[in-house]
Each structure stands twice: as structure tokens, then as C-alpha cells.
Design a protein around this ligand. Structure first.
Ligand SMILES: CCCCCCCC/C=C\CCCCCC(=O)SCCNC(=O)CCNC(=O)[C@H](O)C(C)(C)COP(=O)(O)OP(=O)(O)OC[C@H]1O[C@@H](n2cnc3c(N)ncnc32)[C@H](O)[C@@H]1OP(=O)(O)O
Ligand SMILES: Cc1cc2nc3c(=O)[nH]c(=O)nc-3n(C[C@H](O)[C@H](O)[C@H](O)COP(=O)(O)OP(=O)(O)OC[C@H]3O[C@@H](n4cnc5c(N)ncnc54)[C@H](O)[C@@H]3O)c2cc1C
Length: 661
């Protein structure tokens, strides 16, 4: 689509784009993380969208279960080949964002890329990397990450798969002792992968040392047949991601060499001696890494959904605001603005916190190389909290965007249903959100109780700021609003700690008290993580070197985000005295003003997300706004439209209609 050719474009969108008062390209660079990143993303996307191999012969929704898998595997393999053919020197994980939308519904090689290779990088020692890293990067072997079992996903310590060391032959025996120990869910496990990293309980010298990672060959490298002692299969249709072959796996006393235990952090020596790691949760490192990646992935899903909803809201006319006047664009309704524009604001919140988290991760990783694990709990807490809030915010945001598109948003061709199912899964996988938030709460309570002890953990240093509890601000600057979030989080943590302590003082065991307070603890974790996001948003926008137009747009979006979230949880702000009822009323009024300020810029802001139509894949969100013709053309692709009278009519309807004659 030639974006300079206005003749092919819907008139409403032309008018919207003429209202733009900022430099779109500059904002695109901010979204991508710099000019060079924008250029790289565009280079990759051009490479992909001009390649006919990525086209589907028929829309996926009309394909059989087998054909969907096969079609997506075809494209995934082609994509991997294409990326491998690219000039070297690029980190493929940096480029993952650019690939959003090219593979449509959970591709079978995703976990190879996002977990198997990172597991080798993070858990294998240098000899093991020598053996498996190059081969997996060259796609000579394809792997997955097999941790979850039928009986246990959340509680990793409860996994039942066993890896028992046999020093006489220097091998581990992998075994699935019960039905509930069957590995269940890993992406690509069913039919695609020939290797995997398995998390299994390590037994040596008669003792269990807990879950550890092992690399296991599953299928013959020539015939692709499952190896003896291994049962593999696919788990069946899911809410979404149905092009993937999420699988199951059972071991029947399957033997692997000792050197297949991934030994970067802990080892089993030839005689069976266990050498423990520097920190006993280092074997959970792959999960932590992916949680960081999920924050960025959620921001991208939301960019897709809100681009579709905003453009559609500009094109769609319905009802009337002024009686008797022409039907307005639905984007003119304040309630529609309230659906869509906070989601635009949310995209930037997620982008900026993803970037901040990624920086922290790099510095923790660098420290780990020197044997320093001090900041691991901080990273665990932040990555858990941000994974949880980003996935729930984005899932809710995508759903709101679908609702904002009325009936057409329910159509597969809008690409909103698939964007939703491809986002909501992140609430569950890689650590179910409630469970991760309770991990954050655990860290908060522990930190609160150790106030005064220097831990170097900056995300919780505010818990020591007891004086701020008593002060409510009369100023409404963005900084002051962030302070209100801080106060709200601090007061919730203080309240939860006091409640826990009271229950313990009354004679309850700590773990029962914990469970009894867990709804409040969840709120603490959410408030703490929300404060983190708001603080990063405010700081990033404040310190941004940008033109006045871009800065103004981002300031307004940031302010909208702060006020929107205050209004959603205003009870917490009132309860701790951070804000008064009058303050809340004033802020609610200001929120509506901000919606009006941002409304004329909305289409241009989503244009700055710069998502090519071919990747957006939506009849409602295309750049030219030619919505109705596209909806009609897509409907014609339904196989039911091949004939005027379907066979089913003769088989079922005709006999029914004639039965009473
Ligand atoms: C690389 C680019 C990536 C791009 C990504 C793009 C998008 C991705 C797309 C698709 C891929 C994803 C597919 C999905 C794959 C999966 O789902 S894999 C399976 C994931 N499974 C989970 O996440 C399981 C969740 N459960 C857990 O993580 C743990 O069981 C638990 C943390 C909930 C509890 O562990 P447990 O061992 O029972 O510990 P506790 O007793 O609760 O706590 C003891 C202390 O340990 C601390 N801790 C726990 N985890 C960590 C950690 N990772 N690091 C540091 N510390 C940790 C915990 O805070 C406790 O500390 P204290 O004793 O000091 O309080
Ligand atoms: C699309 C998809 C892809 C996946 N891919 C992979 C993969 O590649 N590899 C892999 O190993 N796994 C994978 N998984 C599995 C995934 O990681 C688990 O489903 C997830 O960790 C949740 O575990 P669970 O299913 O055991 O849920 P459960 O823990 O059984 O959760 C059920 C309910 O119990 C609650 N609950 C559980 N424990 C607690 C607690 N301690 N406190 C309070 N509430 C609790 C939860 O909050 C939830 O409401 C995938 C899952 C999905 C949906």
C-alpha cells in the first residue's frame, strides 16, 4: 500500500491524518528503541512480506487441524531458513518483535527459539554449548522446553519425572512413574521436535536434589521416529495457538549420558557426587528470561489490537450525537475514546517498562558471570510482576479493542479474536499470574520486614519511606501522581504485613496466615508493580529528548495512563489518604479532557506503530480504511459460499422440512 497515495484512502482517515501535530517517524523510532532498530525491523518485515511463501492458500480458519499445523510448519521452516541466510552479527532474539504477525497462530518452532536455545545458553556449560548450541542455532536439531506435567505446572518442586543417576554406567535413567508425571503442553513437542530440555527431579546417591534441566534426544535424527522408551503425541485443540503441536511425553526408563544434565550451575560428578549451584533457583533461569521477553511481546499484541480498533473507530459511523445530524465517527463518542485511547497509553507503559526490565536483566546477568547472585531475587520479583501485569493488561486491552469494534470485531477476519487468544495464553504460561504475583508479595513482605538492612534492591527501597504514609499531596503534577501510586503500594504492603503479623500473634502458622491474607497480598503485588510501571513511564517521558510535538503527545498519554489507573483502583488511594474524594473527582474530569486532547492524534499515534497491513492481517484495521469491501471479500472466501445450496441441506434440512408433510 502506498501511504502517500491519498486517493486510495478512506476520507475519514485522510482527515484524521491531516490533524497530526507531531513527527510520526520520530515516535516510531521511540517505539522501536532508536532509528537503527526501526531500520532493522523494516528490513526484516520487507523481506517477509514480499515473500509469497508466507501467503496462505486459504484462510487458516478453513483449514483442518493437520493442514494448519503443516502450513504453519512450512512457513516457520521457511522463516528460520530466511533468518539464517541473513548476514551474521544479528541477535535473532532481538529480531523476534519484527516477526509478530507473520506466523499467525502459534508456530511450532516458537519454543525452540524462545526457550530451547535460551535454555542451552543459560544452563549448559561451555562443553555442552559446544555440542548443542551451534546445532540448534543452525536448526540441525529442533528442541522444546518440557517442564509442565499433567499433574503439576505451577509447583515446579512437585514435578514427578525422575532422572536417577546410575554411576556404574555414568547414565541418568529418565522415568515417568505415574500418569500425572506425563509431560504436557510443551510447544512443538508433539510432532516437531527431536530434542528437548526436560526438567526432572534429580536423584543421586539415594537423595533427591529437586528439579534440574537435562537435554534429551526424543526422535531419530534420520527417520524422525520416537526413540525406544519414549512416547510422544499432540494434546489436541486449544482456545488458540492451534497451529502449534503442543505435546505430551512419557519416559520408560530411558537412559541418557551423565553429560546430558545441563551443568552450568550444578553438576553430578562421575561417582554421583552432587555439586550444588551458587543459588538454588538458578535452574529456573530460562523461565525468568522468557518472562522478561513476554512483557515486550504483550506490548506488541496490544499495538496490533489498538491499531485495528483506532482506525476502525475513525472509519465507522453510527447513531447520532446531535439529533438529526449526520452519523458521527464512533471515535467521537467519549465512551469509545475511553475504550481505545487508554490502550494506546498502555502500549507505551509496557514498552518503557519492558526496556527498563531488560536493562536490569542484563546487569544481573553480568553480575552472575562474576558469581554474584545478590540481585536475583529483585529480578525474579520484577520479571514476575511485570509478566503478570503486562499479560493481564494486554489481554484485557485486546478484548476491549474487540468490543470497541462491535460485531465486526467478533469476526476472525478482524484478527482481533486471534490476537486475543494469542495474548491471554500469556496469563497462564510461563508462571500463572496469580502465582507469580504471590511471589512478588513474598518479596515485598520480606523486604518490608528487613527495612534498614541494605540489600541494593532499588525497586523496593521506597518501603522504607514511612514518613510519606502520612502525607497527601495537593499538587497534581505527573510526579505527584506517581507519588500517590507509591503511597498506595506502601500502605497496602504495610496493611498486609500487619494483618499477617496479627494472625501469627493470634497463634496461626505463618503459611495459614499467608493463605488467609492472599487476596490482599495479590493487591499489594499489583499496586507495587503498577507503581513501578508508572514511575518508569513518567521518568522516561520526562527525560526524553524529543521534539515538542512528540513530547506533548507522550506527556498526555502518560498522564492519561496515571489517571486512568488511579480511577480504576481509586479506593486504594482514598483508603491511604494519598488522594481525597475531591481529588479523584477532579482527576476524573481531567481524564475526559485528556481523551478530547488525544482524540485528534489517535490515528497518527497508531500509525506510528508502523505495522504493515500484511502483518496486521485485519479487515478492520488496514491503513487505507477500506473496511467494508474487505469484509465482503473475506466473507466470499468461506467454503460454504462455493455452492448456493450446500450438501448438508439435502442431507439434513430437506428431510426435516418434509417430515411433517
Ligand atoms: C528470549 C526471548 C523470549 C521472547 C519471548 C516471546 C514470547 C514467548 C512466547 C512463547 C514461549 C512461552 C511458552 C510457554 C512456556 C512455559 O510455560 S514453560 C513452563 C513455565 N512454568 C512456570 O513458569 C512455573 C511457575 N512456577 C515457578 O516458577 C515456581 O514453582 C515458583 C517460583 C512459583 C515457586 O518456586 P519454588 O521452588 O516452590 O519456590 P518457593 O518455595 O515459592 O520460593 C523459595 C525462594 O525462591 C525464590 N525464587 C523462586 N523462583 C526464583 C527465581 N526464578 N529466581 C530467584 N529466586 C526465585 C522465591 O522468591 C523464594 O525466595 P525467599 O525464600 O527468599 O522468599
Ligand atoms: C499455550 C500454552 C503453552 C504452554 N507451553 C509450555 C511449554 O512450552 N513448556 C512447558 O513446560 N509448559 C508449557 N505450558 C504450561 C504452563 O506453563 C502451565 O500451564 C502454567 O505454568 C500453569 O500451570 P498449571 O497449568 O499447572 O496451572 P495450575 O497451577 O493448576 O493453576 C490452576 C489454578 O490454581 C491456582 N493456583 C495454583 N497454585 C497456586 C498457589 N500456590 N497459590 C494460589 N493459587 C494457586 C492458579 O492461580 C490457577 O487459578 C503452556 C501452557 C499454555 C496454556
Amino acid at each position: 500500500m502506498d501511504k502517500n497515495n491519498e486517493r486510495e484512502c478512506n476520507e475519514d482517515l485522510i482527515r484524521e491524518r491531516r490533524k497530526c501535530n507531531f513527527n510520526i517517524e520520530e515516535l516510531t523510532n521511540i517505539v522501536d528503541g532508536g532509528k537503527a532498530r526501526t531500520a532493522r525491523r523494516r528490513e526484516i518485515q520487507r523481506l517477509l512480506i514480499n515473500d509469497p511463501e508466507f501467503l496462505d492458500e486459504i484462510p487458516q480458519d478453513y483449514m483442518s487441524h493437520e493442514d494448519r499445523y503443516s502450513n504453519e510448519l512450512r512457513k516457520s521452516a521457511h522463516l528460520m531458513q530466511k533468518l539464517a541466510d541473513q548476514e551474521s552479527g544479528h541477535d535473532i532474539h532481538q529480531d523476534i518483535g519484527a516477526l509478530t504477525g507473520i506466523l499467525k497462530d502459534g508456530n511450532p518452532l516458537m519454543v525452540h527459539l524462545s526457550m530451547f536455545i535460551p535454555a542451552i545458553l543459560g544452563q549448559a556449560n561451555s562443553e555442552q554449548q559446544e555440542k548443542w548450541l551451534g546445532r540448534s542455532l543452525r536448526n540441525e536439531i529442533i528442541g522444546t522446553y518440557a517442564q509442565t506435567e499433567l499433574g503439576h505446572g505451577t509447583f515446579v518442586r512437585g514435578l514427578e519425572t525422575r532422572a536417577t543417576y546410575d554411576p556404574t554406567v555414568e547414565e541418568f535413567v529418565l522415568h515417568t512413574p505415574t500418569i500425572t508425571a506425563t509431560k504436557w503442553w510443551p510447544g512443538g513437542l508433539g510432532k516437531t521436535c527431536n530434542y528437548c530440555v526436560v526438567m526432572a527431579q534429580l536423584y543421586t546417591q539415594g537423595r533427591c536434589y529437586g528439579p534440574h534441566p537435562f537435554i534429551v534426544q526424543l526422535r531419530d535424527e534420520e527417520t524422525h521416529r520416537s526413540l525406544p522408551g519414549i512416547t510422544l503425541g499432540e494434546i489436541g485443540p486449544r482456545l488458540g495457538l492451534n497451529s502449534n503441536d503442543n505435546g505430551f511425553l512419557k519416559f520408560e526408563n530411558h537412559r541418557i549420558p551423565r553429560t546430558n544434565m545441563l551443568m552450568k550451575h550444578s553438576q553430578v560428578l562421575k561417582d554421583g557426587t552432587y555439586v550444588k549451584p551458587l543459588h538454588n533457583k538458578l535452574s529456573y533461569g530460562t523461565m525468568m528470561l522468557v518472562r522478561v521477553g513476554i512483557v515486550g511481546a504483550c506490548s506488541r499484541s496490544l499495538q496490533y489490537a489498538v491499531t485495528i480498533a483506532t482506525r476502525y473507530s475513525a472509519v465507522r459511523h453510527q447513531s447520532e450525537i446531535v439529533p438529526g445530524q449526520p452519523e458521527p465517527q464512533i471515535l467521537d463518542y467519549q465512551t469509545q475514546q475511553y475504550k481505545v485511547i487508554p490502550q494506546i497509553a498502555s502500549v507505551f507503559a509496557l514498552i518503557f517498562s519492558a526496556r527498563s526490565l531488560s536493562k536490569i536483566q542484563s546487569s544481573v546477568t553480568a553480575k552472575l558471570k562474576d558469581g554474584n547472585t545478590d540481585l536475583l531475587p529483585e529480578l525474579h520479583s520484577l520479571s514476575s510482576g511485570l509478566k503478570a501485569l503486562s499479560s493481564s493488561d494486554a489481554s484485557w486491552g485486546v478484548e476491549v479493542c474487540r468490543l470497541a469494534c462491535g460485531g465486526h470485531g467478533y469476526l476472525a477476519s478482524s484478527n482481533l479474536p486471534r490476537t486475543y487468544t494469542g495474548t491471554t495464553c500469556a496469563i497462564t504460561y510461563e508462571g500463572e499470574n496469580t502465582v507469580l504475583l504471590l511471589q512478588v508479595a513474598r518479596y515485598l513482605i520480606k523486604s518490608y520486614r528487613s527495612i534498614g538492612k541494605e540489600t541494593g534492591a532499588s525497586s523496593v527501597s521506597y518501603l522504607a519511606d514511612q514518613t510519606s504514609l502520612a502525607s497527601s499531596s495537593s499538587s497534581f503534577s505527573n510526579k505527584a501522581l506517581v507519588q500517590a501510586f507509591k503511597l498506595s503500594a506502601l500502605s497496602l504492603v504495610a496493611e498486609a504485613e500487619a494483618r499477617l503479623q496479627k494472625l501469627c500473634d493470634m497463634g496461626q502458622e505463618f503459611y495459614h496466615a499467608w493463605n488467609y491474607c492472599s487476596v490482599l497480598l495479590l493487591k499489594c503485588a499489583e499496586a507495587h508493580t503498577r507503581y513501578y510501571i508508572c514511575e518508569k513511564y513518567e521518568q522516561t517521558v520526562d527525560s526524553l529528548k524529543a521534539s515538542e510535538g512528540v513530547k506533548n503527545v507522550l506527556q498526555s498519554l502518560c498522564r492519561l495512563y496515571l489517571i486512568y489507573h488511579i480511577t480504576l483502583t481509586h479506593g486504594d488511594f482514598l483508603k491511604c489518604g494519598a488522594l481525597t474524594p475531591r481529588n479523584i473527582a477532579v482527576l476524573e474530569g481531567e481524564m475526559c479532557d485528556l481523551l478530547a486532547v488525544l482524540r485528534p492524534q489517535a490515528v497518527s499515534i497508531v500509525d506510528a506503530f508502523d505495522i504493515p497491513d500484511e502483518l496486521l492481517g485485519s479487515t478492520l484495521g488496514c491503513w487505507d480504511g477500506n473496511v467494508y469491501q474487505r469484509l465482503y471479500d473475506e466473507a466470499l472466501k468461506s467454503p460454504l459460499n462455493k455452492t448456493d445450496v450446500p450438501d448438508a441441506y439435502y442431507k439434513y434440512l430437506l428431510p426435516l422440512m418434509k417430515s411433517s408433510l
